[in-house]
Design a protein around this ligand. Structure first.
Ligand SMILES: NC(=O)c1ccc[n+]([C@@H]2O[C@H](COP(=O)([O-])OP(=O)(O)OC[C@H]3O[C@@H](n4cnc5c(N)ncnc54)[C@H](O)[C@@H]3O)[C@@H](O)[C@H]2O)c1
Length: 282
């Protein structure tokens, strides 16, 4: 269902890899809501993913970029303004990757070159994006920039590894740049802290299926899926949220406010009984 919330708005969407990607759903929903936008991802992702299909479906141009490369980002913003016929109104940073997670290096045995890459790709790229946009004055007044985060920025969650540090930095950048961008150009900058979601990046996290089941049981409204996240992004890109900035916005069915729920406790008790019977209490 379309509400025309983004009619006439222009944007840039980073990070749509395949139909499971959160950015993919955002692109589909933004298109339905009347926006025009460009899509960006790495050359590798464009070769192996399905971004071309999305571009065709939404009538969007693809501009390749490694989001850690400032020259690439200048090109994305400059080309987008040319293609779309002016400054943009919204930007989505939907980018995350940890080589430590991929190579199964645990948090007390990190490879520091990988850690630097994790931080650069998953957090500093957001600063680079904002700085490039700011220097080019590429975002209209009351424009909206969103990056996707995760509650591991605030709480320790088994298996999330160095991505937790990246998300903490990402959220801090949203606050620090959000102040300057708001003060100088009336542009809002926020992060949305999303439930665990089955995507390529999400599924890389250790124990992901168990985590998704746990958060589903813990959240009074259940996990938020990718489409629901896209709907929230659309609202945040729309004019209905003009005074929301420098926030980390939880979109997680209530998980972030929970300590223990009835459903999670009953499952825990069941497993506890089985473990007791087996004498396996570790
Ligand atoms: N899936 C989850 O459980 C979950 C939960 C909370 C937040 N998030 C966040 O949502 C965002 C999107 O992830 P997703 O779950 O849709 O997975 P995804 O794998 O579909 O998207 C990640 C994207 O990052 C891109 N990327 C990686 N390195 C890049 C680089 N150097 N330059 C540009 N792009 C690069 C990938 O090509 C891919 O398109 C990430 O920031 C992720 O941390 C995901």
């Amino acid at each position: 269902m379309s509400y025309n919330l983004l009619k006439g708005k222009k944007g840039i969407i980073f990070g749509a890899l395949d139909e499971n990607s959160i950015a993919w759903k955002v692109a589909e929903r933004a298109h339905e809501e009347g926006a025009t936008f460009t899509l960006s991802n790495t050359q590798t992702a464009l070769r192996f993913g399905q971004t071309n299909e999305l571009a065709e479906k939404t009538g969007s141009e693809i501009i390749p970029a490694d989001a850690t490369n400032v020259d690439d980002l200048f090109n994305v913003f400059e080309t987008s303004m040319k293609v779309l016929g002016g400054k943009v109104d919204f930007v989505l940073h939907s980018i995350g990757m940890s080589l430590n997670v991929r190579k199964k290096r645990v948090y007390n045995d990190l490879d520091y070159n990988y850690l630097m890459k994790t931080l650069d790709i998953s957090a500093i790229s957001f600063h680079k994006m904002l700085q490039v946009a700011y220097k080019l004055d590429a975002i209209n007044e009351w424009g909206s920039v969103i990056a996707l985060s995760y509650i591991a920025a605030q709480r320790t969650l088994y298996g999330y590894n160095d991505m937790a540090d990246a998300k903490a930095l990402l959220e801090s950048i949203a606050r620090s740049f959000g102040y300057i961008y708001g003060r100088e150009k009336k542009v809002r900058v926020n992060t949305i802290s999303q439930s665990p979601t089955k995507t390529t990046a999400g599924s890389g996290v250790k124990g992901f299926d168990g985590l998704m089941d746990f958060t589903e049981r813990m959240s009074p409204l259940g996990n938020a899926d990718a489409l629901e996240c896209a709907n929230y992004c659309v609202v945040m890109f729309s004019d209905l949220t003009k005074k929301v900035t420098m926030q980390n916005l939880y979109h997680d069915g209530g998980f972030s406010s929970m300590g223990m729920s009835l459903r999670a406790m009953s499952m825990y008790n069941k497993s506890l009984e089985i473990a007791k019977e087996k004498g396996d209490m570790d």
